[in-house]
Design a protein around this ligand. Structure first.
Ligand code: BGC
Length: 251
């Protein structure tokens, strides 16, 4: 029986590189994901070696299907412009060219939060949402995706808004809650300051909160008071892989 081939999504983060073939009719992994530790020196070549390893692992499931790759970075036309939690050697690298040369297949490279936003839009908490949707990922930093009537406005970088003289993610990221031993209520105060500021600038119709901490949304979302509904993401840490595979297939 002929195997159905699926696009491959790969999410590159500061601690792990995770990939899985994605069934885009269901919006879920077609096979269990593979995770490799991000190398200590996460240079483009070192990371590319692991991306190749993941692609080879899923060769039978993906065939010649496109590959979507996320990075914790601003990415314009496949070129990396910033680097958060990955080696600064990425800045200026044409990641699309590097990875498609190494893999011999078309590769789409996008910001990690943008991919997560697209995943939530098509298969998760923002399914069928119209108007302006803001998806934020709360993790080591704060990532953001802006989607207007289903179209992604890439690289919004709203984690770096300056609020009260600070880079917002240095005050309100999920990592700060544990680093500073904040209670849920103390952290929620910081989130309230952050989301109300963003809300006054952009007036989103819906706010989705992602990242691993979204699994504990009941501890902090009820403490937030905003104009727009603010809800937990549904795809947790799969959103980036699923969104990357969707973007690789649809752009
Ligand atoms: C980076 C963003 C990234 C976010 C989440 C921020 O520090 O600037 O590009 O999306 O972290 O990883």
């Amino acid at each position: 029986m002929a195997t159905t081939h699926h696009p491959l999504g790969i999410d590159i983060g500061g601690s792990g590189i995770k990939g899985a073939p994605v069934d885009l009719t269901l919006g879920q992994f077609a096979k269990d994901r593979m995770r490799l530790d991000t190398p200590k020196v996460s240079s483009p070549d070192a990371v590319a070696d692991l991306v190749v390893q993941i692609a080879e692992h899923f060769a039978d499931d993906t065939g010649d299907s496109p590959i979507g790759v996320t990075l914790p970075a601003v990415v314009t036309n496949g070129v990396v412009r910033t680097a958060a939690n990955i080696d600064s050697a990425w800045i200026g690298t044409d990641a699309r060219k590097l990875l498609s040369d190494r893999l011999g297949r078309p590769v789409t490279v996008v910001n990690d939060a943008d991919a997560a936003g697209v995943g939530e839009l098509h298969f998760g908490a923002a399914r069928n949402a119209n108007g302006l949707v803001l998806v934020t990922t709360l993790g080591t930093g704060i990532g953001s995706a802006l989607l207007y009537n289903g179209v992604l406005v890439p690289n919004s970088e709203l984690g770096h808004l300056e609020i009260d003289g600070h880079d917002a993610e240095d005050q309100a990221a999920a990592s700060i809650r544990s680093d500073d031993s904040l209670s849920w209520a103390q952290w929620a105060e910081r989130l309230q300051r952050y989301y109300s500021h963003v809300e006054n600038l952009l007036w989103p119709d819906l706010i989705v909160v992602g990242g691993g901490v979204s699994r504990k949304a009941d501890k902090f979302l009820p403490l937030l008071h905003l104009r727009a509904p603010i809800i937990a993401a549904q795809l947790a840490n799969s959103a980036g892989i699923i969104g990357a595979a969707w973007l690789a297939t649809n752009t």
